[in-house]
Design a protein around this ligand. Sequence first.
Ligand SMILES: [Zn+2]
Length: 478
Amino acid sequence: MLCTLIALAAVCSAAPELPAQNTLYDPNSGYADIVLLNSPVNPDRTEKSTPTLDKMATIDFVAHSTTGLTHESMTREEIDERISPYGRFDGRPGMPYDEYREAMEYVWLNATDYARKPSPVAVDIAKAYRYNDLVAIMKDLSCYEGVSLYDIGVSAEGRAIYALEVDVPSSKKKNTVVLTGSIHSRETAGAVFLLKELAELLSAGTRESKEVLATTRFAVVPCCNPDGREAVCFDAKKYTMSDGQYWKATTDGTDLNRNFPGLVWSQVANGNKKIATVASAPRSANYPGDHAGCAPETKALMKFLYYYIGVEKSRILIDYHQQGALSYSGKPWSTARQQALCRELTDRMLSVLNAGNRHKYILVSETADYGLNGTGSTLTDYASSVAYGAKFSPGFGFCVYADGKDEYPLCAVPHADDSKFRIVEAVPGFRTMTFEIGYGRQCLGYSYETRKLLAEEYYSHHFDRVLYEVAKYCQGVR
Ligand SMILES: [Zn+2]
């Protein structure tokens, strides 16, 4: 079905003309206004610490995020036996407890640039950006008061993975919005779209942008998979398959968006078949990894997501992909109310993107048995697991529900509304969705033509409004 949609979308790809760049960046607006908004300047902004890093240092992330009911990995046979009344455990092993601790105990480094004065930051989607160029933009953004840049982990090839936190000092109560991009190598647009959205918001200097910044904290990992993005963008020949498809996995063949130790890891419920697309060995897409959470990028993202969702109780996560002007919403394994809330966010955001457009983003619903057919867990599966009250089980090696006495893998609770015990949500009101940017396969890859199409889509589909509208949406659901 997806292929049909992409093919259809490819036919209708005309997009309106790009506005002139210089209409967006007024060097006399922006920073000065933001400082006025923030007066007095946050006295805690020093070179070593930020309120976030100080707070993180006080939290025992492992204790906070695990069930406390098991402390050692179960054998495959033990897991099979526990799951046998409900289905089977099929696929790769869960996450070893020592690796889980490594992920959760990783100490973020402060990479904020305090030395330079902020200046307007221009992001041009039609331009080719190497990862170092993206990092330079993140550094530039971190010069703004209230913006911090954190080094949250290191990729397999040794690139730093960065998170930006936009938390402009304000006396108003804030909502936290979490944004992630470019977890799939060939889906290069998310990183640049997110950086452009942030750059425009920070330098707009309008009454509306100030209100957004005063009421919303943004936590953003623009590029979740720096090695893969760099490979597809600048070593395209090597990372193109014989059928012309670009690489989605990390350069060593793990699909990061199947690698998270969330509730759905490797379980096949009774009556379900294992889906055919789960690869059994490293390849360009769909291999969930040698075990859950094995990729260093996954580990970095796990702590990032756990902090902002599990600890800071963010109710909004939007993950930027690039697979054909679509959107996915919610988790079929969650409660009807949880699904309805995700749908509400998705409908709202799609109404923003689709306004005035003949070529519309389409909502694609997951099939009902999704998540219990042997797949690994996605980034949003993991985040939803945390928000919906699941904890990591050292015994199983993935997230489970727990009632204080026992652990229940998702197989045992296939319909959360009918659970035999009370599931306590960690984040009541949590909503997640994905954007799948781009009309058709001509929007994949990194040629100039592709980048130009994406740049047009940024404006034609109002991505410059996303941060504003998601902030307003949060205000409405407070
Ligand atoms: Zn994707």
